[in-house]
Design a protein around this ligand. Structure first.
Ligand code: 3SL
Length: 242
């Protein structure tokens, strides 16, 4: 197995695809997706374009759908939800499809569409993702951070490091063999330094600070937890994860 970490979707090679690609947007899109599916949501369907989301979701019965729109961290007017995983209670999401568009997370998923296996990962479902990779043993795995509008983000890279660290520990493959690029060791080093205080790291992160200014303290706390949900959001048709 060869593992590659890309800090942003734009850094992934355009002329190749791995056997398995993992999109990461810890704050907060992939945390929200994992939460919805763990709470019994029927599926999550992602869109980069808000108008397209509205058109497609119109074809679904209102009682079977929920529409989530986020731009700049805030809920888009006219949508039932923004992008807070804490709003996605079982009572609300059970049996419904979440139609969602967010600033960066949906872009990462769009970028890795060529991979035969596409997964959404966050810290909260890290172990489920790692267990799947250990069982499936794909030859190449990309972990792709969403970043923020093309720039590196601490929270996505630390999650990439948490996944890579666990794979490294459990496969016993020497790091120089497992790592397909230098970013893997960098992400593991970041995780090793902060694993006992991930919330503290989120407070350092520019997007963490943006969310704190929007009074999303509880979201940061929730998303900084590791391995609390046994759920594997996997794409089963373009843009749809179950
Ligand atoms: O950029 C994204 O996709 C979002 O996750 C950003 S936010 O956390 O909802 O602000």
């Amino acid at each position: 197995m060869k593992l590659f970490v890309y800090h942003t979707p734009e850094l992934t090679p355009t002329d190749e695809a791995p056997e398995c690609a993992i999109a990461v947007d810890v704050l907060r899109a992939t945390s929200t997706m994992a939460t919805v599916l763990a709470a019994g949501g029927e599926a999550v369907q992602v869109f980069s374009d808000l108008d397209q989301l509205l058109d497609v979701s119109e074809t679904w019965p209102p009682e079977k759908r929920l529409r989530a729109g986020e731009r700049g961290g805030s809920k888009v007017a006219g949508f039932e939800l923004g992008n807070s995983p804490l709003d996605c209670t079982e009572e609300l999401v059970k049996g419904r499809r979440l139609f969602i568009s967010t600033t960066n997370g949906t872009r990462a998923l769009t970028r890795i569409q060529k991979a035969p296996i596409v997964i959404a990962a966050a810290l909260i479902n890290r172990a489920a993702v790692v267990n799947f990779i250990l069982e499936k043993q794909p030859e190449t795995v990309w972990i792709v951070g969403s970043g923020w509008e093309g720039s590196f983000s601490l929270e996505d890279t630390v999650c990439a490091g948490a996944i890579a660290h666990s794979l490294w520990q459990q496969t016993h493959i020497p790091l120089e063999e497992l790592a397909g690029n230098d970013e893997v060791a960098g992400a593991i080093a970041l995780y090793s330094q902060w694993q006992e205080n991930l919330l503290g790291l989120f407070h350092q992160a520019s997007h963490g600070q943006r969310l704190l200014r929007l009074e999303c303290h509880e979201d940061l706390k929730y998303c900084s937890q590791t391995d609390i949900l046994d759920v594997l959001p996997m794409q089963y048709e373009p843009g749809v994860l179950k």
